[in-house]
Design a protein around this ligand. Structure first.
Ligand SMILES: C=C(O[C@@H]1C=C(C(=O)O)C=C[C@H]1O)C(=O)O
Ligand SMILES: NC(=O)CC[C@H](N)C(=O)O
Length: 870
């Protein structure tokens, strides 16, 4: 602060773990030019021994001292019920502060309900049916001829706002006769004389929505008659709340400052601040120089540091597909990472979203790998070979030295940063490629995993790729790239790989390549007999529908606004992953639940007699099949460590460029293509309805929150709100949310900050994220989602990155095998286990059979590749 300047006003935001909190703090900062600090409702800094009881004097005085530092407080929204201590925490003490400590407060949603519940006669009850992501006109006194003191709606025109609530304030409004309602609704009602209503929504209810048909009167805003407390039930920060509503916030702060002035209240500026800044510190700023890699001189700290890029480009031969390139440069059976824009060629699909680049990792044997099993206090760095010789190095790195796995990853990358001048020709020159599980995301948002976990698989598995092939489908070019440490010896990889790819080209020119492949494929289909003992276990219809209803009970109780319920299908089959060059025959349609039940009955524990001993198709064959059946912009194939993933994901999670521009693309709202719904216009008609739009909007607001937490106030925007796009077998509604990371000089933020701050993907959790994940863990029977619902992608050495949500995919772990008794065979057989996760967002408007149908629709594509031949 420069001398003579008045300090910025300060607001304390009490965060009840909502997934919209950062949107509110951003709104406050941009509208009011204030400094906002955040304190969680259960902050151990205030109440070290927990919140279950009335705070002791010491805790109370700490709280009062902290409050004294601010001009005003905002009590935020959140899951649960204000009647529960756990849900509102310290919020509930605000309303009972002694007169000398009182300060202006605005309650929003849960915070508002907490205020209503704290007043004499005020109650909180359930809405007849929750309103989540619903946009309604806020009714307030438009006639300003007789201004009411403290009316923060004065001078505001009519506006629409988004609602996210299952509960509502009860001040006795339902007892008022219809004839007197118009007039009475602006008076403090007898049921709760301390509060003056300032705004309402009147919701038309049909029969079956709670009591009889008619209007439900929903209290939208209040002012306390004697204290400087206000509250709004709607969400002023939602992207769908109209800008006119901003005036209410401005008015509130104006009233708050006026109250302070009239009461001679001035915030205390000095002293220790318990609350946190509204933006997270960057990962790199959390490292001290002594903690940076290379500090302790370990082999991995120096490995591939300070790299320089060497590259060659060759034309992409026409008709050559990504798998052809992969097969030309390495052999099946080894590790692979391929990020495949499988629908890049215009001929492959009518889809709206096409990737431009495919990225193939090479030299995985010699790539350094960073693995982390969530919950461990160490990560492991591994290196299998160097210069073609096995070295099998492995070292445990204590996480405490860095703070978290994320700071370790950020520091590792920082030591290998590559500056590219001018425009980039490829999105990836080398860097981390790999996966992150859903469970790592859970830990990142503070959800403890069940202990002991039933396995010790990595949750973060990232290989530092220095040799890569990038296919630019648009420009028709293949880039062969080697990031080499400046001091390291030259090797022949660039040369030999270029040679192999040029050979591919001449094969193509001789035009025998594709026709030969077609012949091979059809021969292998003819040769193949029904495979042995494959068994498929899909979710049970009734169980899944019951779970949808349980989700809705949680939503009706105010615990969540939307829950992305999922379940897994398992497929067991003889161990397959041998080098194979084959394919499998497929049914024309995915198996219906009835067919699947029949198949399950046929092949549960006792498998049919083996007819022909052909191993089932390898994971690579499954991938090749899936990418033609279901060409997706974010397809991928990973055989990395013990994990195998075959993905046809249509959903981008997060991408960021070198300048820190981040973009997320949450998807919500799915409709299957069929004869009845075959055009975009038809899909739009189905998806542009309140239920589907609300589902999407909730996740959009959640993703905005995730990005705001790292990009800071005013740095997040929304593009393409609720846009319907066409994919191979479905139409999906998407929205693009963009953010700009803060300037590097403010602590060197990188895309990894955005990634770490927004896992697990909001579209796979529901809102609010943390509580929804806790509930889903219960409902999904504590089964780990594992790779499904996690992310796959890259973080380039230049600072750029792209990650997809792992959905519409199949995966398996090498260590998961079952023993099966095969009829007629002497010995039991070891089988591998594949898993396919599928699900969808449940809201209060969902139907159980609709959700079950949606889950089976999403399951069908990936399941189909196992087909009848398995
Ligand atoms: C849960 C899945 O998909 C998610 C849920 C969607 C929805 O509810 O409409 C859409 C895309 C994904 O974010 C899945 O594919 O299994
Ligand atoms: N958004 C909120 O704060 C919701 C409050 C409360 N949990 C409800 O559902 O009504």
């Amino acid at each position: 602060m420069r001398q003579g300047q008045t300090p910025r006003k300060r607001i304390l935001f009490l965060d009840a773990y909502d997934s919209f909190s950062n949107n509110i703090t951003s709104l406050l900062q941009t509208l009011l030019d204030v400094e906002v600090s955040i304190l969680h409702i259960d902050s151990p800094l205030l109440f070290p021994s927990g919140l279950n009881s009335t705070p002791d004097e010491e805790a109370n005085s700490r709280f009062v001292k902290e409050l004294a530092r601010y001009d005003a407080v905002v009590c935020g929204p959140g899951p649960g019920n204000p009647g529960n201590e756990r849900d509102v925490g310290i919020m509930r003490f605000i309303w009972g502060l002694q007169d000398a400590n009182v300060l202006p407060v605005l309650g929003i949603c849960l915070g508002f309900q907490s205020l209503v519940g704290s007043c004499q006669g005020g109650k909180v009850k359930r809405l007849r049916r929750g309103l989540h992501g619903m946009v309604r006109t806020i009714i307030h006194r438009l006639d300003s001829s007789e201004p009411v003191e403290g009316d923060i709606f004065a001078g505001v025109n009519e506006f629409k706002a988004t609602l996210y609530h299952s509960l509502c304030g009860d001040v006795g409004q339902e007892g008022i006769e219809e004839q007197t309602w118009e007039e009475m609704r602006w008076q403090p009602l007898d049921g709760c004389p301390e509060l003056a209503p300032l705004a309402w929504v009147e919701e038309q209810r049909e029969e079956g929505e709670g009591l009889e048909a008619g209007k439900e009167r929903i209290l939208m805003a209040v002012k306390h008659r004697t204290k400087p407390f206000w509250g709004v039930q709607y969400h002023p920060e939602s992207v769908c709340t109209e800008e006119e509503g901003n005036k209410v916030i401005v008015n509130w702060f104006h009233e708050a400052l006026r109250w302070n002035k009239e009461h001679g209240r001035a915030p205390v500026i000095d002293g220790h601040n318990l609350a946190e800044a509204a933006i997270k510190p960057s990962l790199l700023s959390q490292l001290t120089p002594a903690e940076e890699p290379r500090a302790s001189g370990q082999w991995w700290e120096k490995f591939e540091a300070d790299p320089v890029l060497h590259s060659v480009s060759v034309p992409l031969p026409r008709g050559i597909q990504v798998p052809d390139i992969v097969e030309a440069v390495d052999s099946e059976g080894s590790e692979r990472i391929i990020l495949d824009s499988a629908n890049a060629a215009p001929a492959t699909s009518r889809a709206d979203v096409r990737g431009r680049y495919s990225i193939i990792a090479a030299g995985l044997d010699e790539a350094l790998r960073l693995e982390y099993h969530t919950g461990d206090d160490y990560a492991t760095t591994k290196l299998r070979s160097v210069g073609g010789l096995p070295v099998n190095l492995s070292q445990q790195v204590p996480i405490a030295r860095y703070g978290s796995i994320w700071t370790l990853i950020a520091a590792f990358q920082d030591a290998r940063h590559v500056d590219v001048e001018g425009p980039e020709t490829t999105p990836f020159v080398g860097g981390f490629m790999g996966y992150i599980t859903y469970e790592q995301g859970l830990m990142d948002i503070g959800i403890c995993l069940d202990h002991p976990r039933p396995h010790h698989r990595p949750d973060v598995c990232l290989s530092w790729i220095t040799k890569s092939i990038v296919v630019d489908h648009l420009a028709g070019v293949i880039h062969i790239q080697h990031l080499r440490s400046s001091g390291s010896e030259e090797d022949t990889w660039l040369e030999t790989t270029t040679g192999k790819l040029l050979a591919l080209q001449s094969n193509q020119r001789r035009s025998s390549f594709n026709s030969r492949k077609d012949i091979q494929l059809s021969q292998s289909l003819k040769k193949r007999r029904p495979s042995r003992s494959t068994s498929i276990q899909t979710p049970l219809t009734k169980e899944y529908e019951d779970k949808v209803r349980i989700c809705q009970e949680y939503i009706a109780a105010g615990e969540s606004y939307e829950l992305c319920l999922t379940d897994q299908t398992s497929i067991t089959r003889p161990i397959s992953d041998q080098p194979l060059n084959d394919s499998i025959s497929l049914p024309n349609h995915p198996l219906s639940p009835t067919q699947q039940r029949k198949q399950r009955r046929r092949s549960s524990t006792t498998a049919p007699t083996p007819s022909l001993i052909l191993p089932p198709p390898s994971s690579w064959s499954l991938f090749k099949l899936l990418r033609t059946r279901q060409p997706a912009p974010f397809a991928s194939y990973l055989r990395l460590g013990a994990a195998t993933l075959v993905s046809a994901s249509p959903e981008r999670f997060l991408t960021y460029d070198r300048s820190g521009k981040c973009s997320m693309r949450p998807m919500k709202g799915t409709v299957r293509k069929s004869e009845a719904v075959s055009t975009l216009a038809q899909a739009e008609q189905i998806l542009h309805v309140p239920k589907e739009e609300a589902e999407n909007l909730m996740i959009v607001d959640l993703v905005r929150h995730d990005l705001h937490g790292i990009c800071g106030a005013g740095n997040v925007t929304v593009k393409d709100l609720l846009k319907v796009e066409e994919y191979q077998s479905v139409f999906q509604m998407i929205t693009v949310v963009e953010g700009q990371l803060p300037d590097k000089s403010r602590g060197k933020y990188t895309g990894l900050d955005a990634l770490a701050a927004s896992l697990p993907p909001g579209s796979m959790t529901g809102a609010p994220k943390k509580r929804s994940c806790e509930i889903l863990k219960e409902i999904e029977g504590h089964k780990e989602r594992s790779l499904y619902s996690g992310v796959v992608g890259y973080h380039c050495a230049t600072g750029r990155g792209d990650w997809s949500v792992t959905i519409r995919s199949l995966f398996r772990w090498d260590d998961e095998q079952v023993t099966v008794k095969v009829e007629g065979a002497q010995e039991e057989e070891r089988h591998e286990v594949w898993r396919i996760g599928a699900g969808g967002a449940v809201t209060i408007l969902s139907t159980a059979d609709g959700e079950r149908e949606e889950m089976f629709t999403k399951l069908a594509g990936p399941l189909r590749v196992f087909g009848e031949a398995c």
